[in-house]
Write a protein that binds this ligand. Sequence first.
Ligand code: GZL
Length: 324
Amino acid sequence: MKKGFLLAQLLCLCVLLCACAPRAAEPVKPDEAQLTVVGFSQVGAESDWRLGNTSSMVQAFSAENGYRLILEDAQQKQEKQITAIRNFINQGVDYIVLAPTTENGWDTVLSEARAAGIPVILVDRRIEVEDESLFTCWVGSDFRREGDTAARWMEENLPETLRIVHLQGNIGSSAQIGRTEGLMAALQKHPGWELVFQAPGDFTQAKGQELIESLLREKTAFDVIYSENDNMAYGAIDALKAAGLTPGRDVSILSFDASAAALRLVLSGEINLDVECNPLHGPRVRAIIEQLRRGETPAKYTYVDETSFDAENLTEGIIVQRGY
Ligand code: GZL
């Protein structure tokens, strides 16, 4: 009898304990209304660099991190960015992040954002405005330094007599302006360097290939391609190979961005130098917004540390850690 009574008590205790046990924690879905809303006007999707930049921003401004990101792709058109910024203002976002297609033409729309009390953070390229209070701060690369790095490598590694093909990025973008300035300054110093061709390739692979194909058809002689990003360099390499030339040997190739795919071409000898331009700005911009949310004042300008890669200093280990 006693044993039966004890067993009954134990059973009741187990039932009670199970009923009180906390349910397995459901993942807590953040309350939409609690999220900080960030409107991000992105240049486009023209290059590996740009895709890496977008991915970094999307990861940083996730719902799990307390954000709702509204991403607008401008397809490399400034007018689409201006429309996107006005939409962000109308939606009452908390912050606007702008990766500007070009340096000029922002005063009016940024005045509207300031009138609406919405901080604007610039990422990647720079802008020229009458009043620098129109944006809170900027984070990105020193493009002139990137150009100087490439030119210095040419001085140290290539013959004094050079016929140079220059593939430029979007004309008027900071990346194009700085990288072009670096080459132009070096051309002034080297009478043996000849600029045989210069044209915008819009940072795209297709345009880079098209420009080099036309030069080869016209039998233009050249020794070096100075390509202002990796994707135009990919196009140039395809054109050279189709013409039976060996990129990196018959024609030296310098590029910018240093994406993992391009660094593999440095390892294989098809690209001779790749100057890093780091796109992983998501955590940097998020840190700035979190400073602002704490009432702190971020630095007006923040430059990211960057290096360059050639056959001498590049390893497989570096490539696998690239992140873009
Ligand atoms: C550089 C960035 C440039 C990259 C290109 O910061 O603005 O735009 O070099 C990209 O690949 O298209």
